[in-house]
Design a protein around this ligand. Structure first.
Ligand code: F6P
Length: 307
């Protein structure tokens, strides 16, 4: 996100705009935590994860009164447009601002990769690499002790990160919210892998899956035929704290720069994402309240490759 903020600021300043940073997202818009950003304020931040401006869950922004406070603060400073970096919740808020007469453009950013309007969203590549590093490390202990690990990765509503971690990490099974997998099926995958002579087992479980790692651990522990000794690990927010990959820095830079250019040129009312290698504006109407879902063919492929 810092790469996107830097690009918005520097493109804006290069086009003789005043650029402001809003602290804590919509919370800062409502509490007037807004300050001018100069060229130097956005220097030295690209290698840092997260956002130097901060972020917050802001339930008050869901109310018309909360939004009106934000609009009043923007008018007070004669701010002509807003770039909102975020996922579904942020872009829903951005759409509301746009409808209240503040020209707004989104930058597609979430580690869940569930936002329509970008083949891959900002943060996914970094989070995926962190999850993969965890898998690689877990495999060391797993192989030494002939164990299986159940690894929970983020994704409350979406299994994209889990599925991609499973494919790239060579997992025996992937458990995601979109496709029902029973504890019995997980045990069957693990015991079949054990019988085929595998020295370790990895099951990637999305945070929002029907059966979480602890439930699966309890069930697997009661089955005498699994073969592997089982352990569970929850990766949690560790995934969101990594050094941004080169891919994410470039993606953030390109999307941020494009969003700023478009806003300055009078475009608004949508989310900028990368589609087939091109920065593309998708209208909020096609984005807000919808999700991308996972590709069932990739889920089937993960199963084939696990053998
Ligand atoms: O939407 C991104 C995400 O990281 C999800 O994968 C996860 O379920 C959620 O945010 C966690 O939210 P919080 O940080 O509020 O616990």
């Amino acid at each position: 996100m810092n790469a996107a903020i830097r690009a918005v600021a520097r493109v804006g300043i290069s086009r003789d705009c005043k650029v402001y940073g809003v602290r804590q997202g919509y919370l800062g818009l409502m509490t007037d935590d807004i300050s001018l950003l100069g060229l130097r304020e956005v220097g030295g931040i690209m290698q840092l994860g997260g956002t130097f401006l901060g972020s917050a869950r802001a339930p008050e922004f869901k109310t018309i009164e909360g939004r009106q406070k934000a609009v009043d603060n923007l008018h007070k400073r004669s701010i002509d447009g807003v770039v909102v970096i975020g996922g579904n919740g942020s872009q829903t808020g951005a759409n509301a601002l746009d409808e209240m007469g503040i020209p707004t453009i989104g930058v597609a950013s979430t580690i869940d990769n569930d936002l329509i309007g970008s083949d891959i969203t900002l943060g996914v590549d970094t989070a995926l690499n962190i999850a993969l590093e965890a898998v690689d490390r877990l495999k060391v202990t797993a192989s030494s002790h002939r164990r299986a690990f159940l690894l929970e990765v983020m994704g409350r509503d979406c299994g994209y990160l889990a599925l991609m971690t499973g494919i790239a990490g060579g997992a025996e099974a992937v458990v995601i919210p979109e496709i029902d997998t029973t504890p019995e099926e997980v045990v069957e995958e693990l015991s079949a892998s054990y019988r085929r002579g595998k020295t370790n087992g990895i099951v990637i479980v999305a945070e929002g899956a029907k059966y979480g790692v602890n439930q699966l651990l309890e069930y697997c522990g009661q089955q005498p035929d699994v073969g592997f000794e089982i352990r569970a690990v929850t990766l949690g927010h560790v995934q969101r704290g990594g050094t941004p990959t080169a891919y994410d820095r470039l993606l953030g830079t390109r999307l941020g720069a494009n969003a700023a250019e478009r806003l300055i040129n009078g475009e608004h009312g949508g989310v900028v994402g990368m589609i087939k290698g091109t920065e593309t504006l998708t209208p909020y109407t096609a984005v807000v309240g919808k999700t991308k879902g996972v590709d069932p063919k990739l889920f089937a492929l993960a199963d084939v490759l696990a053998k």
